[in-house]
Design a protein around this ligand. Structure first.
Ligand code: ADP
Ligand code: MG
Ligand code: ZN
Length: 613
């Protein structure tokens, strides 16, 4: 995302310049002017001069101190001299001369001196600084946004969240996600005109919770809501509450809501709310949780205390909704849940197009192909693909992005960058070629497999020594049992080809094994695709948005039966793959040899070789 809400340039003098100037003035005053003034006012004389002046009748007023004498002459000039304590007669002599005893000079106490010379001059400075920091904060609140707010955000602990007014992001900047946008549109309408809703008595949900896998555009959507509604956007990440000192989290929440109240209508966005919103009973006994709990309690209190008609809408985002404290999801809090799912084929294409609109494209770019190559990719990954492609084009010395850049970017994002310095022996390279062609052949020889798009044996930084890419024609949402079995067979095809060609096996199939097992297990335990267990759920999914770990939900006895069944499925698929390859041994050898030479071949080349003669 390119942000273009540049902070307005500040025409005022930068604050450190004013500080500097003020400090310089004070130093000058202290060094030259004040002493000079004092010196000019008092003339120091010795005792003899004092006596002479007394003789000559020049004195008018006198002030006797313990160790000093201050006196005025007839012209009003102030003098000072050191007193001589032994001169007892001086008082009489002074009164005889008709000198008035008076207070002619107020000697400063040391505190007075400090105040006069070092504090008083600083007062204007302190005032200036206060005024400046207030105006900086105000600027931050009033649409400085971006960098500005970030830079000064740390100055006073209370203002660490970023405030954007009239954020530049709009719904148009979020591709796909139509359902989410629709459901947020209502909030936009409400923020536009809270009165309309108030009149009819409709209460807006206080909060909406955006849930979905990472990188699907939750944060982007929240900002777009603020942009569409044209209201201030208070954004803070859940983790920012917790990192603070004890007790700071709660006070930060209080402060956040106080400020939001002042700025209503506005949006408060708490990103990654799961960091503070975790179930309160989990992990009890750890001292560190107290802080988080306090913060969460404060958040709940604030949400309850809020008058919804005022126009403050609280948005939050999380990719672990199942860990949230149920109290957060109670009516009157985040009672609206907006799913932000991974994009489908259409959505992926739209996201690619949106991001590609910012780069210069060659004539052969086909985003539909790219979208079909990337099932399961998130918006963030797709944005990354476009950017990688642009970088690749630059690296190649081109001034526009071609389809081959996009293709390479997909490979890079999905399988890691090409690893130029991996040295494979001739034999290893041959094994990898057979392995990959094994996958491709098994896929092509079955009826329920997706067509092969590309086979490559160029090593990748992810550790893959090669891969076979299959691309479905359209978007798959449902998978039949037959398709799942064919997929497992395809996964075992690599190992099967090694066995077929070399009679021995390598470690290269570890990822295939993992995937095949996972598929077989979910067939049995989650999709009810085995006769033995019928439609019984034997597993529950833990966090659907982050990899979808599952945990067993059955007795130990059943669990071991499930294991047995899983082994059976994988084994029969493996045997099927083995059979397919041995029946097509000539093709396996031919295509593997070709791949060994070329290192990368397209789906068309592959099919042409397969269908030859
Ligand atoms: P999340 O908060 O869900 O993890 P983000 O909102 O931070 O994801 O998205 C990260 C980036 O991915 C965005 O800045 C944007 O560039 C891109 N992106 C994600 N989803 C979309 C989408 N639907 N449309 C356009 N860009 C998207
Ligand atoms: Mg986010
Ligand atoms: Zn493999």
């Amino acid at each position: 995302m390119h942000e273009n809400n540049e902070p307005k340039r500040n025409r005022r003098m930068p604050f450190y310049v004013s500080y500097g100037i003020a400090l310089l003035i004070i130093l000058l005053l202290n060094t030259f002017l004040f002493p000079a003034l004092t010196r000019a006012r008092i003339r120091s004389v010795d005792y003899g001069t004092f006596l002479t002046m007394l003789e000559e009748g020049k004195l008018s007023e006198v002030q006797l101190e313990e160790d000093e004498i201050y006196f005025l002459d007839k012209d009003g000039q102030l003098y000072q001299t050191n007193a001589i304590p032994q001169d007892y007669a001086i008082v009489e002599r002074l009164s005889a001369a008709g000198v008035v005893f008076a207070r002619v000079y107020e000697r400063q106490s040391i505190l007075g001196y400090i105040f006069l010379n070092w504090i008083l001059p600083f007062l204007p400075l302190i005032l200036l600084a206060t005024w400046l920091s207030r105006s900086i904060n105000k600027r931050m609140m009033n649409g400085g946004g971006g960098m500005n707010a970030m830079m000064f955000g740390g100055q006073s602990g209370a203002k660490q969240y970023v405030v954007e007014e009239g954020a530049s992001v709009r719904f148009a900047d979020v591709a796909g996600q139509d359902e989410a946008k629709e459901s947020l549109q209502e909030i936009v309408g409400f923020l536009h005109d809270p009165k309309k809703y108030e009149k009819i008595g409709a209460k807006m949900p206080k909060g909406a919770l955006l849930v979905g896998p990472p990188g699907t555009g939750k944060t982007l959507l929240a900002r777009a809501v603020a942009g569409e509604a044209g209201v201030p956007f208070f954004s803070i990440a859940g983790s920012e509450f917790v990192e603070m000192f004890v007790g700071m989290g709660a006070s930060k929440v209080r402060d956040l809501f106080r400020q939001a109240g002042e700025k209503a209508p506005c949006i408060v966005f708490i990103d990654e709310i799961d960091t503070i919103g975790k179930r309160r009973d989990s992990g009890r006994g750890m001292g560190g949780n107290d802080e988080r709990e306090q913060t969460l309690n404060q958040l709940l209190t604030e949400m309850d205390g809020f008058d919804a008609t005022k126009g403050v809408v609280i948005l939050a985002a999380t990719n672990r909704p199942e860990t949230l404290d149920p109290a957060l999801l109670r009516p009157g809090r985040f009672d609206r849940r907006v799913p932000v799912e991974l994009p489908d084929l259409q959505g992926r294409e739209a996201i690619l197009r949106l991001h590609a609109s910012k780069v210069r494209l060659g004539p052969d770019c086909d985003f539909n192909v790219v979208a079909r190559m990337t099932p399961g990719a998130s918006g963030a990954e797709l944005a990354n693909i476009v950017n990688e492609a642009a970088l690749g084009a630059v690296r190649m010395g081109r001034d526009e992005v071609l389809q081959q850049d996009l293709q390479e970017a997909v490979d890079t994002i999905l399988a890691g960058a090409q690893k130029k310095n991996t040295i494979l022996s001739e034999h290893e390279k041959r094994v990898v070629a057979f392995h990959e062609v094994g996958h491709a052949l098994v896929a092509a020889l079955q009826t329920h497999s997706a067509p092969v798009q590309k086979i490559t044996i160029v090593p990748r930084t992810s550790g893959a020594l090669g891969f076979t890419m299959q691309v479905d024609e359209g978007e798959r949402t449902l998978m039949t049992k037959e398709e799942m079995l064919d997929k497992i067979a395809t996964l075992t095809g690599g190992r099967a080809a090694e066995e077929e060609a070399f009679g021995s096996v390598t470690t290269g199939a570890s990822n295939d094994i993992e995937q095949a097992t996972k598929l077989a297990r979910s067939m049995v335990a989650r999709y009810g695709m085995s006769e033995e267990f019928d439609m019984v759920a034997l597993e529950t999914v833990q966090n659907a948005y982050l990899g979808g770990d599952s945990s067993l939900a059955c007795s130990e006895h059943t669990a071991s039966a499930v294991d047995e069944k899983v082994v059976k499925i994988v084994k029969s698929c493996h045997e099927k793959a083995r059979k397919l390859l041995s029946d097509n041994r000539a093709k396996l050898d031919e295509i593997s040899g070709y791949l060994y030479e070329k290192e990368t071949i397209t789906g068309e080349e592959f099919m042409a070789l397969l269908q030859k003669d």
